[in-house]
Design a protein around this ligand. Structure first.
Ligand SMILES: [Zn+2]
Length: 311
């Protein structure tokens, strides 16, 4: 069990474990919010009840979620949109970088990088498993945006990389930072979508400790941190996964020059044999970004045939 014990012990509401920190309530999704579920953050201002993202667990909370008057999205992915269909009248705020992705299916496909052939199958899966419904009415926000909820305020810190618009949401005065899919899991950072950026993810990881928070909430798995040192230790281990991937890529190329397809077949993210429709594309985009960095650093060269070797 990877949940870091929060200072206030979790209690239950509608059979779902939750943690309260001042006006912030965190409902823990199944298996601590492991994908496909996630952790639901609610902020009860004296004027406005706000939800951060809407993972699958949102569908089981009841009136505490269904009464939400505002949704602020940390980023747009299917597992963060699974409760939006319950709140057709609540304004949905999304960082400008992810706005097209929440507004339409075409926008989400472009963000994922899902090709035409895979789109119908993907749509059926998202509708079946995530209650997928786009929000053409969603409203864009920028870095530094503030929402006043009444004795509680939310501030946006744009932290791109996972997606273009990925944003950390800080609740004040509690100092609770919702860090979304900078999820500190053992898998490591995910930057395998068409809209992802390894370079941006590195910068966001370096900046995250500067957010003036006293508690940190991940969307998945880790849950709630109230011990800064444990948060920093786990952040460092998480960031180190990027360097581990780079080291593995260099080791593969030291062994034998390879083209991108051959490297994809070797797998950098997922274990060999694990297959899902998105795996090859995510591997290709991830590996390509690492190769680009290594080329820029003069550590890898590519020939006319697209074959990579150590520089
Ligand atoms: Zn995500």
């Amino acid at each position: 069990m990877n949940l870091v014990a929060p200072t206030p012990s979790p209690s239950r509401h509608a059979g779902i474990e939750h943690v309260d920190i001042g006006r912030v309530r965190i409902y823990l999704g199944a298996k601590n919010g492991k994908y496909p579920d996630g952790n639901q953050v609610m902020v009860r201002g004296t004027d406005t009840l706000a939800a951060f993202d809407t993972p699958l667990v949102a569908n089981h909370i009841g009136p505490d979620f269904d009464a939400a008057e505002l949704v602020v999205m940390g980023h747009v992915h299917e597992d963060h949109m699974a409760g939006l269909h319950r709140l057709p009248h609540a304004p949905v705020h999304v960082h400008q970088g992810d706005l097209a992705a929440v507004r339409s299916w075409e926008g989400l496909c472009a963000a994922f990088g899902t090709s035409g052939a895979g789109q119908a199958q993907m749509l059926a899966r998202l509708q079946q498993e995530f209650f997928y419904a786009p929000r053409p009415d969603a409203i864009g926000y920028d870095d530094g945006a503030v929402w006043e909820l009444g004795q509680a305020r939310v501030r946006a810190f744009h932290m791109p990389g996972h997606t273009t618009g990925h944003t950390v949401l800080l609740v004040e005065p509690e100092g609770v930072a919702f860090i979304g899919d900078i999820d500190l899991t053992g898998f490591g950072p995910y930057y395998g979508d068409a809209c992802s950026s390894l370079r941006d993810f590195r910068r966001s990881l370096a900046r995250l400790p500067d957010v003036p928070a006293r508690a940190w909430v991940t969307s998945h798995h880790r849950g709630v941190y109230t011990d800064r040192q444990r948060f920093l230790d786990d952040l460092q281990a998480y960031a180190a996964k990027i360097d581990e991937r780079q080291a593995r890529l260099l080791a593969l190329l030291r062994n034998a020059p390879m083209d991108l397809a051959q490297l994809v077949a070797q797998r950098l993210l997922y274990p060999p044999g694990f297959d899902a429709p998105w795996v090859e594309d995510a591997e290709r985009r991830t590996i390509a970004q690492h190769l680009q960095e290594l080329q820029a650093a003069g550590r890898v060269q590519v020939d006319e045939a697209g074959c990579y070797r150590l520089g």
